[in-house]
Design a protein around this ligand. Structure first.
Ligand code: FAD
Length: 374
């Protein structure tokens, strides 16, 4: 029986293991941390990924834990609607969910697959008929193929492509969850774009909301790292009242802060018996909410390609994925540039252009992203 090692137990690694398990391939996941603790608060799972979860029989679990999103609304700092998108090619396909719940759903599905914790891969040796992974604790594991699902700082990628370096996007990010029983949260993802930065929020339930803030700055800015929710709220006090209302309820939950990075567009995801999936292959800026969704697509396509041909499976996976993923990475970067304008003049010009933009142009782009099928 073909055996595959998946290195990394994030969303892409767990989804890859599910996809391979479904194709009857023996999988073993190795994760470096001793406890699976997803980093971040909420996440949007868009239609292109929920369609895959639906085929895997997981959408009921996602819907039970998450919250359906009807629209993606972008507003100016004065509260004017700049753009309104329907991300659902079919009803009820976009789900906001807490990352911990998503991880649990994926783990529960891995009934037939071992997940070993505390296993940090340090080297992958490729031989003509096998791969051997060496772990930091001195142990090794052997299989037919190894999949690097070890995130943006991927050790697997660094070993194969040491020249690929992470790039700072120019902005830093705070994220958290707020419990706001007294607020009407609705069923939309909102982003408010203004010169002071970007504020986004999406309901995780009728009383819980995932929020995030992105602000332009130099990397590793010490003063910004020390900001509290109260400080952030003061910085955005000119924004619509909902911003302060949400942040007022955010104090009791953990505040997550980190700078935003991506990696350059890649030419390859497959290297003989090794392939990369998820952020290890294509860490992108978070501006489309597609990083994890693309990792889920990777997982699905990799499973199908290996089931169709063991010999050419990894190469076929790369052929199917490269062009689409690179295009989505480029769009994400462009949206990041536009959404992070901090000059009032540029913001005013952008807002005018956005409000005048042809709905069909936006529709074509959303279709490309959300209506994917393999
Ligand atoms: C602010 C922000 C908001 C985002 N919002 C969204 C969104 O709404 N929707 C969306 O689709 N995406 C979103 N993303 C992107 C998404 O979070 C990532 O694309 C996704 O989590 C990547 O998953 P992954 O499994 O590839 O990597 P990771 O989540 O980084 O997982 C990698 C795993 O590998 C393990 N690991 C690392 N090194 C080793 C090693 N040497 N050996 C073994 N294990 C190792 C790590 O411990 C980790 O568990 C967002 C990103 C950011 C920054």
């Amino acid at each position: 029986m073909t055996k595959v090692i998946v290195l990394g137990g994030g969303i892409a690694g767990l989804a890859t293991a599910i996809s391979l398990q479904r194709e009857g391939i023996e999988v073993h996941v190795y994760e470096k941390t001793r406890e699976l603790k997803p980093v971040g608060a909420g996440i949007m799972i868009a239609a292109n990924a929920t369609r895959i979860f639906n085929e895997w029989g997981l959408t009921n679990a996602l819907k039970a834990k998450g919250h359906l999103l009807q629209q993606l609304l972008i507003l100016s700092e004065k509260g004017k609607v700049l753009s309104a998108l329907n991300p659902n090619p079919q009803p009820d396909q976009t789900i906001a969910i807490h990352r911990a719940d998503l991880h649990q759903i994926l783990m529960d599905e891995l009934h037939a697959t071992p997940v070993s914790l505390g296993k940090k891969a340090v080297h992958v040796l490729q031989e003509p008929k096998s791969v051997t992974v060496a772990f930091e604790d001195g142990t090794v594991a052997e299989a037919d193929y190894a999949i690097g699902a070890d995130g943006i700082h991927s050790a697997v990628r660094q070993q194969i492509l040491p020249h690929v370096k992470n790039r700072y996007a120019g902005y830093t990010c705070w994220r958290g969850v707020a419990v706001c029983k007294d607020l009407k949260l609705g069923s939309h993802l909102h982003e408010i774009w203004g010169p002071e930065g970007r504020f986004g929020y999406m309901p995780l339930s009728s009383s819980k909301v995932y929020w995030y803030i992105l602000m332009n700055t130099a990397p590793n800015h010490k003063e910004l790292s020390a900001l509290t929710v109260h400080d952030l709220s003061k910085k955005l006090q000119a924004y619509p009242a909902i911003v302060g209302d949400i942040l007022k309820h955010a104090h009791e939950q953990p505040l997550i802060h980190h700078d935003v990075y991506d990696i350059p567009l890649m030419d390859h995801y497959a290297f003989g018996r090794i392939a990369l999936v998820g952020d290890a292959a294509h860490a992108m800026t978070p501006n489309l909410g597609q990083g994890a969704c693309q990792g889920i697509e990777d997982a699905y396509v990799l499973g199908k390609c290996l089931a169709e041909s063991l010999e050419y499976g990894l190469q076929n996976y790369e052929n199917h994925r490269l062009q689409r993923v690179n295009r989505i990475c480029k769009i994400a970067k462009q949206v990041g540039v536009m959404s992070q304008f901090d000059s009032p003049l540029l913001c005013a010009i952008r807002n005018t252009v956005m409000r005048a933009a042809s709905p069909s142009l936006l529709r074509n782009q959303t279709r490309y992203i959300y209506e994917y099928t393999y």
